[in-house]
Design a protein around this ligand. Structure first.
Ligand SMILES: [Zn+2]
Length: 536
């Protein structure tokens, strides 16, 4: 294993460590850092100290010993006005996702001013709230907001979303600094828009003209994945299908429900009825693909985010690859589920055994939070967001493209690159967050070590003794398969109790879903015309 010994970080005072134990345990489970309560006067073997309110002496001791310190200043709190915002400076210490940006955090009630004699990293209305002293071998951060306390039933996501995020940012920067770039691996920055609902019946859908969308995406460097309803797959316009072929770098397709009726993927069904519904979706999409030649990802954007574990498990058995659902929707629709405290920190979650990665609403803050974590930036939109010649997509693409060298791609590519990796002495080590992924192989790689995940035990594949002809090979003793071709290794973890969707009897959908979709489509299609008329 490549694991280095964990970095030891003490938290002072010890009583405050106990109060935040849930938070530190969560970080300890995800990062190579071990947290412990600080014993006054003891600095031997520590790499850093977190000094919460009331631990100024411990912070001074850390400085004297040349140990990095994260010091919270809670004195003389200043009320945080509703219209206030956090302004990050241009310091290279601030990650590009936040550098030079001013963003609001509506959860902040107050903050404390930190000394202005050090390099300021963030301020509120010109008053420094986060500053850093840089020494040769250590850093001392001064932060004017407290480290969050995890209450029962809270997650990382509770403190890292549009409505509440800033208190985590200096702390995460501090951890990143301690771990260095190798200690906090992140995939290449990736992004996609998802546009819910359109079908391929005509050259336009609502405010979307597909050809204009493809050209706009190419001109402004983004990718739009259209989440289409399988019920609509009975017909396609040849020209539209061709557009998806020609412009596949900029537009692609994924699945959006089956019939798109209310709570379709969150109802209680008999198992056979649910299998039948989900198999129908796959059959319709396979049929569309074979008639049109256009590929559709077997990845689900659940209509209205309504998505439950029972359905996720059946989807996996039928061969669906993953789903893309916001964290808020997962929490709302699965209230009984016990989620891991790191919810929102990792690249994906598992619902049942199906990998779920996340999309967000249209929000600059959410885009920046995802980018900071190395998560794929996936912004959910509708055809209405394409009004005024896609101006909204353009402005969001601009934000994403200003952060760094983000790769725009379809949802299937995002799912298949959702893993972390490290390379050392020819060995590639992989932490999977999906059940089907692709690893680009370079000549110096001698082996691939896939680490234990929710989907499979760990295993190692020796690359020197391997065929590279694309033949599928089963990994001994574990439910994993792989193939190598064109210097790419594909690894997949199929379901252990797979059901062939083509063998599942279909049930008649009845007239209601058809009528409902026709009405929705008629509404979406007439909306631009109606708004044009009313504007006259
Ligand atoms: Zn929809």
């Amino acid at each position: 294993m490549l694991f280095q010994p964990k970095i030891r970080v003490a938290v002072a005072p010890a009583a405050e460590y106990e109060v935040r134990r849930g938070l530190f345990d969560m970080f300890g489970s995800k990062l190579d850092i071990s947290f412990e309560p600080h014993k006054p006067g003891e600095y031997e073997g520590l790499q850093a100290l977190i000094a919460l309110s009331g631990a100024a002496d411990a912070a001074r001791g850390a400085s004297e010993c040349g140990i990095s310190c994260y010091e919270v200043n809670g004195s003389q709190p200043i009320p945080f006005a509703a219209q206030s915002a956090i302004t990050f400076t241009s310091s290279a210490t601030v990650q590009p996702a936040f550098r030079n940006k001013t963003l609001a955090d509506s959860s902040l009630v107050s903050f404390s001013r930190v000394p202005d004699s050090f390099e300021c990293l963030a301020n509120v209305g010109g008053q420094p709230v986060w500053a850093m002293e840089q020494h040769d071998s250590y850093e001392h951060h001064h932060v004017g907001v407290d480290v969050p306390r995890f209450r029962q039933g809270e997650f990382f996501h509770s403190y890292f979303r549009e409505a509440r995020w800033f208190s985590m940012v200096p702390l995460l920067h501090f951890f990143r600094g301690l771990l260095g770039p190798d200690g906090w691996p992140a995939p290449e920055p990736r992004a996609s828009f998802i546009i819910d609902d359109p079908n391929l019946h005509h050259r336009s859908y609502g405010y979307i003209d597909f050809e204009k969308l493809a050209n706009h995406a190419a001109a402004h460097n983004y990718h739009a994945t259209i989440a289409t309803v399988p019920l609509d797959a009975w017909y396609f316009d040849r020209k539209v299908a061709d557009l998806f072929q020609i412009h596949r770098k900029h537009i692609s397709l994924m699945m959006h429900g089956v019939n798109h009726v209310a709570n379709e993927l969150a109802r209680s069904y008999e198992e056979q009825d649910a299998l039948s519904l989900l198999a129908t979706g796959l059959r319709r999409i396979a049929d569309l693909e074979s008639r049109s030649g256009v590929a559709v990802a077997r990845i689900m954007a659940a209509p209205h985010g309504a998505f439950v574990e029972f359905i996720a498990d059946l989807m996996l058995r039928l061969g669906y690859e993953s789903a893309c659902v916001s964290i808020g929707s997962l929490l709302r629709w699965n209230p009984q589920k016990v989620w891991s405290p790191d919810l929102g920190f990792s690249l994906a979650q598992s619902l049942g055994s199906l990998p779920i990665f996340h999309r967000t609403g249209i929000s600059e803050t959410e885009i920046r939070l995802s980018a900071f974590l190395g998560h794929p930036i996936i912004v959910a939109t509708h055809h209405q967001d394409c009004v005024s010649n896609f101006a909204r997509l353009e402005s969001m693409a601009k934000i994403v493209n200003s952060i760094g060298s983000t790769q725009w791609m379809g949802i299937e590519d995002i799912s298949r690159t959702n893993f972390l990796s490290k390379t050392q002495n020819g060995m590639v080590q992989i932490w999977p967050y999906s059940r089907h992924f692709r690893i680009p192989l370079s000549a110096e790689f001698t082996s691939v070590q896939v680490c234990h995940s929710l989907y499979c035990e760990g295993f190692t594949i020796d690359l020197c003794s391997n065929h590279r002809d694309g033949a599928e090979i089963a990994v001994p003793n574990v439910p994993a398969r792989y193939r190598i071709s064109n210097n790419t290794m594909e690894i997949f973890f199929p379901s252990s109790n797979r059901v062939d969707y083509s063998q599942v009897a279909s049930k008649s959908v009845g007239m209601w879903p058809v009528v409902r979709r026709l009405l929705t489509e008629a509404r979406d299609r007439t909306q631009p015309i109606l708004s044009l008329t009313s504007a006259r």
